[in-house]
Design a protein around this ligand. Structure first.
Ligand SMILES: [Zn+2]
Ligand SMILES: [Zn+2]
Ligand SMILES: [Zn+2]
Length: 345
Protein backbone atom coordinates (compact mmCIF):
# COMPACT_ATOMS: atom_id res chain seq x y z
CA UNK A 1 0.00 0.00 0.00
CA UNK A 2 1.40 3.34 -0.99
CA UNK A 3 1.45 6.44 1.20
CA UNK A 4 -1.00 9.09 0.00
CA UNK A 5 -0.82 12.88 -0.05
CA UNK A 6 -3.07 15.49 1.55
CA UNK A 7 -4.49 17.56 -1.34
CA UNK A 8 -4.57 20.61 0.95
CA UNK A 9 -1.12 20.67 2.58
CA UNK A 10 0.82 17.87 0.80
CA UNK A 11 1.46 16.04 4.08
CA UNK A 12 1.51 12.23 4.06
CA UNK A 13 -1.88 10.58 4.46
CA UNK A 14 -2.38 6.93 5.37
CA UNK A 15 -5.03 4.71 3.86
CA UNK A 16 -7.38 4.61 6.86
CA UNK A 17 -7.19 8.37 7.62
CA UNK A 18 -10.36 10.45 7.58
CA UNK A 19 -8.64 13.75 8.40
CA UNK A 20 -5.18 15.07 7.65
CA UNK A 21 -3.06 14.81 10.81
CA UNK A 22 -1.26 18.04 9.86
CA UNK A 23 -3.93 20.48 8.61
CA UNK A 24 -7.11 18.84 9.96
CA UNK A 25 -8.82 18.81 6.57
CA UNK A 26 -11.54 16.15 6.21
CA UNK A 27 -10.52 13.64 3.58
CA UNK A 28 -12.05 10.75 1.64
CA UNK A 29 -10.48 8.15 -0.65
CA UNK A 30 -11.33 8.30 -4.35
CA UNK A 31 -10.91 4.70 -5.53
CA UNK A 32 -11.24 5.62 -9.22
CA UNK A 33 -8.41 8.17 -9.22
CA UNK A 34 -6.57 6.35 -6.39
CA UNK A 35 -6.07 9.47 -4.28
CA UNK A 36 -7.48 11.34 -1.30
CA UNK A 37 -9.86 14.27 -1.86
CA UNK A 38 -10.99 17.12 0.37
CA UNK A 39 -14.46 16.75 1.87
CA UNK A 40 -16.26 20.05 2.17
CA UNK A 41 -18.42 19.88 5.30
CA UNK A 42 -20.50 22.88 4.24
CA UNK A 43 -21.81 21.30 1.08
CA UNK A 44 -23.28 18.10 2.41
CA UNK A 45 -19.91 16.38 2.62
CA UNK A 46 -19.51 16.35 -1.12
CA UNK A 47 -16.88 17.55 -3.54
CA UNK A 48 -16.51 17.19 -7.31
CA UNK A 49 -19.68 15.07 -7.56
CA UNK A 50 -18.34 12.79 -4.86
CA UNK A 51 -19.86 12.05 -1.48
CA UNK A 52 -18.74 9.93 1.42
CA UNK A 53 -19.83 6.30 1.51
CA UNK A 54 -22.84 5.77 3.81
CA UNK A 55 -20.71 3.43 5.92
CA UNK A 56 -18.56 6.41 6.93
CA UNK A 57 -21.22 7.08 9.57
CA UNK A 58 -20.52 3.63 11.06
CA UNK A 59 -16.77 4.35 11.11
CA UNK A 60 -15.98 1.48 8.79
CA UNK A 61 -15.23 3.37 5.58
CA UNK A 62 -13.51 6.51 4.29
CA UNK A 63 -14.14 5.94 0.59
CA UNK A 64 -16.02 8.26 -1.76
CA UNK A 65 -19.05 7.50 -3.95
CA UNK A 66 -20.12 9.05 -7.25
CA UNK A 67 -22.92 11.44 -6.31
CA UNK A 68 -24.41 11.43 -9.80
CA UNK A 69 -25.36 7.76 -9.36
CA UNK A 70 -27.89 6.47 -6.89
CA UNK A 71 -25.37 4.45 -4.91
CA UNK A 72 -24.94 5.26 -1.26
CA UNK A 73 -22.18 2.71 -0.65
CA UNK A 74 -18.70 2.70 -2.16
CA UNK A 75 -17.45 -0.19 -4.29
CA UNK A 76 -15.85 -1.90 -1.26
CA UNK A 77 -18.93 -1.64 0.95
CA UNK A 78 -21.37 -2.56 -1.85
CA UNK A 79 -19.95 -6.10 -1.71
CA UNK A 80 -21.28 -6.72 1.81
CA UNK A 81 -24.31 -9.00 2.14
CA UNK A 82 -24.51 -9.81 5.85
CA UNK A 83 -22.93 -7.52 8.45
CA UNK A 84 -23.54 -7.22 12.21
CA UNK A 85 -25.47 -4.22 13.51
CA UNK A 86 -24.74 -2.01 16.47
CA UNK A 87 -27.17 -3.86 18.75
CA UNK A 88 -24.31 -6.26 19.48
CA UNK A 89 -21.38 -3.96 20.14
CA UNK A 90 -18.86 -6.80 20.44
CA UNK A 91 -19.73 -8.18 16.99
CA UNK A 92 -19.91 -4.67 15.57
CA UNK A 93 -16.38 -3.85 16.74
CA UNK A 94 -15.08 -7.06 15.23
CA UNK A 95 -16.67 -6.08 11.92
CA UNK A 96 -14.91 -2.70 12.10
CA UNK A 97 -11.58 -4.53 12.28
CA UNK A 98 -12.55 -6.79 9.40
CA UNK A 99 -13.43 -3.79 7.23
CA UNK A 100 -9.93 -2.38 7.61
CA UNK A 101 -8.52 -5.58 6.12
CA UNK A 102 -11.28 -5.85 3.51
CA UNK A 103 -10.73 -2.30 2.24
CA UNK A 104 -7.02 -3.05 1.86
CA UNK A 105 -7.92 -6.15 -0.12
CA UNK A 106 -10.28 -4.26 -2.44
CA UNK A 107 -7.70 -1.49 -2.94
CA UNK A 108 -5.24 -4.11 -4.17
CA UNK A 109 -7.73 -5.91 -6.42
CA UNK A 110 -8.43 -2.58 -8.10
CA UNK A 111 -4.69 -1.90 -8.43
CA UNK A 112 -4.39 -5.23 -10.24
CA UNK A 113 -7.35 -4.21 -12.48
CA UNK A 114 -9.26 -7.32 -11.42
CA UNK A 115 -13.05 -7.19 -11.82
CA UNK A 116 -14.75 -6.19 -8.56
CA UNK A 117 -18.55 -6.33 -8.84
CA UNK A 118 -21.21 -6.85 -6.17
CA UNK A 119 -23.03 -10.17 -6.29
CA UNK A 120 -26.18 -8.34 -5.18
CA UNK A 121 -26.41 -6.84 -8.70
CA UNK A 122 -24.19 -9.21 -10.73
CA UNK A 123 -24.71 -12.98 -10.21
CA UNK A 124 -21.04 -13.64 -11.04
CA UNK A 125 -19.81 -11.03 -8.57
CA UNK A 126 -18.52 -11.00 -5.00
CA UNK A 127 -20.42 -10.98 -1.70
CA UNK A 128 -19.10 -10.85 1.84
CA UNK A 129 -20.98 -12.42 4.74
CA UNK A 130 -19.61 -11.48 8.16
CA UNK A 131 -21.21 -14.01 10.46
CA UNK A 132 -21.20 -14.35 14.22
CA UNK A 133 -20.35 -17.83 15.44
CA UNK A 134 -23.14 -17.33 18.01
CA UNK A 135 -25.90 -16.85 15.43
CA UNK A 136 -24.55 -19.15 12.73
CA UNK A 137 -22.92 -22.00 14.58
CA UNK A 138 -22.49 -24.13 11.44
CA UNK A 139 -20.75 -21.36 9.48
CA UNK A 140 -17.05 -21.48 8.71
CA UNK A 141 -14.65 -19.01 7.12
CA UNK A 142 -14.48 -19.89 3.44
CA UNK A 143 -15.53 -19.24 -0.14
CA UNK A 144 -18.38 -20.65 -2.27
CA UNK A 145 -19.21 -19.30 -5.72
CA UNK A 146 -18.20 -15.68 -5.08
CA UNK A 147 -19.50 -15.57 -1.49
CA UNK A 148 -16.71 -15.05 1.02
CA UNK A 149 -17.75 -15.89 4.58
CA UNK A 150 -15.66 -14.61 7.47
CA UNK A 151 -16.48 -15.69 11.01
CA UNK A 152 -16.35 -12.71 13.35
CA UNK A 153 -14.27 -14.45 16.01
CA UNK A 154 -11.30 -14.25 13.59
CA UNK A 155 -11.23 -10.55 14.51
CA UNK A 156 -10.58 -11.45 18.16
CA UNK A 157 -6.78 -11.40 18.37
CA UNK A 158 -6.63 -13.85 21.30
CA UNK A 159 -8.77 -16.43 19.51
CA UNK A 160 -6.85 -15.91 16.30
CA UNK A 161 -3.53 -16.52 18.04
CA UNK A 162 -4.96 -19.66 19.66
CA UNK A 163 -6.07 -20.94 16.26
CA UNK A 164 -2.69 -20.05 14.78
CA UNK A 165 -0.94 -22.20 17.40
CA UNK A 166 -3.50 -24.98 17.10
CA UNK A 167 -3.11 -25.14 13.31
CA UNK A 168 0.69 -24.77 13.61
CA UNK A 169 0.75 -21.78 11.27
CA UNK A 170 3.56 -19.19 11.25
CA UNK A 171 1.21 -16.49 10.03
CA UNK A 172 -2.51 -15.83 10.54
CA UNK A 173 -4.05 -12.39 9.94
CA UNK A 174 -7.38 -10.93 8.85
CA UNK A 175 -5.83 -9.59 5.66
CA UNK A 176 -4.37 -13.03 4.99
CA UNK A 177 -7.84 -14.59 5.28
CA UNK A 178 -9.33 -12.13 2.81
CA UNK A 179 -6.49 -12.63 0.35
CA UNK A 180 -6.77 -16.41 0.56
CA UNK A 181 -10.57 -16.64 0.20
CA UNK A 182 -10.79 -14.17 -2.69
CA UNK A 183 -8.14 -16.30 -4.42
CA UNK A 184 -10.72 -19.09 -4.73
CA UNK A 185 -13.11 -16.63 -6.43
CA UNK A 186 -10.55 -15.44 -8.97
CA UNK A 187 -9.61 -19.04 -9.74
CA UNK A 188 -13.17 -19.45 -11.09
CA UNK A 189 -12.75 -16.33 -13.24
CA UNK A 190 -9.21 -16.89 -14.45
CA UNK A 191 -9.28 -20.50 -15.61
CA UNK A 192 -11.16 -22.25 -18.39
CA UNK A 193 -10.51 -25.17 -20.73
CA UNK A 194 -7.97 -23.12 -22.72
CA UNK A 195 -5.54 -22.56 -19.84
CA UNK A 196 -6.31 -25.33 -17.33
CA UNK A 197 -3.47 -27.48 -18.68
CA UNK A 198 -0.85 -24.87 -17.79
CA UNK A 199 -2.54 -24.39 -14.40
CA UNK A 200 -2.31 -28.14 -13.71
CA UNK A 201 1.34 -28.19 -14.74
CA UNK A 202 2.08 -25.64 -12.05
CA UNK A 203 -0.46 -26.31 -9.28
CA UNK A 204 -1.36 -29.98 -9.83
CA UNK A 205 -4.67 -31.55 -10.73
CA UNK A 206 -7.67 -29.84 -9.14
CA UNK A 207 -9.94 -32.73 -10.18
CA UNK A 208 -8.71 -34.78 -7.21
CA UNK A 209 -11.67 -35.04 -4.82
CA UNK A 210 -11.56 -31.87 -2.70
CA UNK A 211 -13.48 -33.16 0.32
CA UNK A 212 -11.42 -36.33 0.57
CA UNK A 213 -8.18 -34.37 0.16
CA UNK A 214 -9.05 -32.02 3.03
CA UNK A 215 -10.18 -34.92 5.23
CA UNK A 216 -6.85 -36.60 4.56
CA UNK A 217 -4.97 -33.38 5.36
CA UNK A 218 -6.69 -32.91 8.70
CA UNK A 219 -6.23 -36.59 9.59
CA UNK A 220 -2.62 -37.13 8.49
CA UNK A 221 -1.16 -33.61 8.26
CA UNK A 222 1.14 -32.33 5.54
CA UNK A 223 3.84 -34.57 4.02
CA UNK A 224 7.24 -34.21 5.73
CA UNK A 225 8.79 -32.49 2.73
CA UNK A 226 5.89 -30.05 2.16
CA UNK A 227 8.28 -27.08 2.38
CA UNK A 228 10.09 -28.18 -0.79
CA UNK A 229 7.01 -27.50 -2.92
CA UNK A 230 4.51 -25.38 -1.02
CA UNK A 231 4.31 -22.02 0.73
CA UNK A 232 2.43 -23.52 3.69
CA UNK A 233 1.38 -26.89 5.08
CA UNK A 234 -2.23 -26.18 4.16
CA UNK A 235 -1.23 -25.52 0.54
CA UNK A 236 -0.22 -29.17 0.27
CA UNK A 237 -3.79 -30.36 0.97
CA UNK A 238 -5.25 -29.81 -2.52
CA UNK A 239 -4.48 -27.93 -5.73
CA UNK A 240 -7.16 -25.31 -5.01
CA UNK A 241 -5.71 -24.60 -1.56
CA UNK A 242 -2.24 -24.40 -3.07
CA UNK A 243 -3.59 -21.81 -5.51
CA UNK A 244 -5.34 -19.78 -2.76
CA UNK A 245 -2.33 -19.88 -0.43
CA UNK A 246 0.09 -18.90 -3.20
CA UNK A 247 -2.30 -16.22 -4.47
CA UNK A 248 -2.50 -14.73 -0.97
CA UNK A 249 1.29 -14.81 -0.79
CA UNK A 250 1.52 -13.06 -4.14
CA UNK A 251 -0.72 -10.28 -2.81
CA UNK A 252 1.43 -10.03 0.36
CA UNK A 253 4.58 -9.55 -1.70
CA UNK A 254 3.04 -7.05 -4.11
CA UNK A 255 1.59 -4.94 -1.29
CA UNK A 256 4.75 -5.00 0.80
CA UNK A 257 6.88 -3.92 -2.11
CA UNK A 258 4.45 -1.16 -3.08
CA UNK A 259 4.81 0.20 0.46
CA UNK A 260 8.60 0.04 0.28
CA UNK A 261 8.55 1.70 -3.13
CA UNK A 262 6.27 4.44 -1.90
CA UNK A 263 8.50 5.12 1.11
CA UNK A 264 11.68 5.01 -1.00
CA UNK A 265 13.10 2.25 1.19
CA UNK A 266 16.62 1.18 0.31
CA UNK A 267 19.29 -0.79 2.17
CA UNK A 268 22.88 0.02 1.39
CA UNK A 269 25.05 -1.92 3.83
CA UNK A 270 28.70 -0.95 3.92
CA UNK A 271 30.08 -4.22 5.23
CA UNK A 272 30.80 -6.78 2.54
CA UNK A 273 29.13 -9.74 4.23
CA UNK A 274 25.74 -8.00 4.33
CA UNK A 275 25.99 -6.70 0.79
CA UNK A 276 23.67 -9.49 -0.29
CA UNK A 277 20.92 -7.60 1.51
CA UNK A 278 21.50 -4.51 -0.59
CA UNK A 279 18.39 -2.99 -2.16
CA UNK A 280 19.31 0.17 -4.01
CA UNK A 281 15.77 0.78 -5.08
CA UNK A 282 12.45 -0.99 -4.43
CA UNK A 283 10.54 -1.02 -7.74
CA UNK A 284 6.82 -0.35 -8.00
CA UNK A 285 5.59 -3.96 -8.34
CA UNK A 286 2.48 -2.95 -10.29
CA UNK A 287 4.72 -1.53 -13.00
CA UNK A 288 7.32 -4.30 -13.00
CA UNK A 289 7.04 -7.03 -15.60
CA UNK A 290 9.77 -9.35 -14.32
CA UNK A 291 8.54 -10.99 -11.12
CA UNK A 292 12.10 -11.99 -10.16
CA UNK A 293 12.90 -8.31 -9.60
CA UNK A 294 9.88 -8.06 -7.30
CA UNK A 295 10.86 -11.23 -5.50
CA UNK A 296 14.53 -10.32 -5.03
CA UNK A 297 13.72 -6.89 -3.63
CA UNK A 298 11.22 -8.51 -1.27
CA UNK A 299 13.77 -11.08 -0.14
CA UNK A 300 16.28 -8.44 0.91
CA UNK A 301 13.51 -6.32 2.40
CA UNK A 302 12.11 -9.17 4.51
CA UNK A 303 15.56 -10.23 5.78
CA UNK A 304 16.20 -6.70 6.97
CA UNK A 305 12.76 -6.15 8.46
CA UNK A 306 12.78 -9.54 10.19
CA UNK A 307 16.06 -8.51 11.84
CA UNK A 308 14.50 -5.22 12.97
CA UNK A 309 11.53 -7.09 14.43
CA UNK A 310 13.80 -9.48 16.32
CA UNK A 311 15.54 -6.46 17.83
CA UNK A 312 12.19 -5.54 19.33
CA UNK A 313 11.56 -9.09 20.54
CA UNK A 314 8.76 -9.50 18.02
CA UNK A 315 7.93 -12.34 15.68
CA UNK A 316 9.26 -12.24 12.14
CA UNK A 317 7.13 -10.05 9.94
CA UNK A 318 7.85 -12.47 7.08
CA UNK A 319 7.99 -16.04 8.47
CA UNK A 320 8.32 -17.81 5.12
CA UNK A 321 10.95 -19.53 3.02
CA UNK A 322 10.09 -19.68 -0.65
CA UNK A 323 11.44 -22.78 -2.47
CA UNK A 324 11.96 -22.74 -6.23
CA UNK A 325 8.62 -24.45 -7.14
CA UNK A 326 6.74 -21.77 -5.16
CA UNK A 327 8.68 -19.01 -6.91
CA UNK A 328 7.60 -20.60 -10.21
CA UNK A 329 3.98 -20.52 -9.04
CA UNK A 330 4.29 -16.83 -8.09
CA UNK A 331 5.80 -16.08 -11.52
CA UNK A 332 2.88 -17.95 -13.09
CA UNK A 333 0.36 -15.75 -11.25
CA UNK A 334 2.20 -12.54 -12.12
CA UNK A 335 2.35 -13.35 -15.81
CA UNK A 336 -1.26 -14.58 -15.84
CA UNK A 337 -2.46 -11.29 -14.35
CA UNK A 338 -0.40 -9.21 -16.73
CA UNK A 339 -1.80 -10.85 -19.84
CA UNK A 340 -5.25 -12.10 -18.90
CA UNK A 341 -8.37 -10.68 -20.53
CA UNK A 342 -10.51 -10.35 -17.42
CA UNK A 343 -8.34 -7.58 -16.02
CA UNK A 344 -8.89 -5.42 -19.07
CA UNK A 345 -12.54 -4.82 -18.01
ZN1 LIG B 1 -3.25 18.34 5.18
ZN1 LIG C 1 -17.62 2.29 1.83
ZN1 LIG D 1 -9.10 -22.11 0.88
Amino acid sequence: MKIFECPNCNAPVFFENTICQYCNTSLGYNSILDKFEIINNNTNASVNDLKLCANHALEVCNWLVDETKNDTLCIACSLNRVVPNKSNLDDFEKWQKLEVAKHRLIYQLLRLSLPVTPKLTHPDGIAFDFLSENNYNQAVTGHVDGVVTIILKEADSVQREQLRKQMDEPYRTLLGHFRHEIGHYYWLLLFNESNLASYRNTFGDERIHYGDALKNHYKNGAPNNWNENFISKYASSHSWEDWAETWAHYLHLMDTLETANSLGVCFQPEKDYVKKLMVKHCPNPYQTEDFRKIFNANLALSCSVNSLNRSMGLMDIYPFIVPKPVLDKLIFIHSLLSKTEINKN
